[in-house]
Design a protein around this ligand. Sequence first.
Ligand code: 5GP
Ligand code: ZN
Length: 113
Amino acid sequence: MSDCIFCKIANKEVPSEIVYEDDRVIAFKDINPVAPVHILIIPKQHISDMTAVTEAEAGLIGDIHLAAVKIAKEKGIDQTGFRLVNNCKEDGGQVVMHLHYHLIGGRKLGVKI
Ligand code: 5GP
Ligand code: ZN
């Protein structure tokens, strides 16, 4: 999608601090972090939100999960713990309409995120 900020980040048209990349997934630092570690993990292909993932694309969710654990280990938070959060659509608080998961950690997280 030409007007999608996360597609532009995935295509390197817009700069970001990339922390992980493979052929299907890319992860970069959130521009407005809420914790010492706040990484956004996205599929490189444009998928608007969780409800738009097809059965054929379901493996991407596993790829994202595995990337999250790799990044957590790299950031040294795999033992202390973290959250992997998806905000879905308006009531879920989704602002950027390109599927993404927030990897958040590095401090004790409260009940509310
Ligand atoms: P959402 O509320 O859609 O789940 O989260 C979107 C996230 O994307 C927010 O945490 C916001 O700070 C982050 N974000 C929005 N625009 C950019 C950007 O251009 N670059 C980066 N690195 N993060 C962004
Ligand atoms: Zn996109």
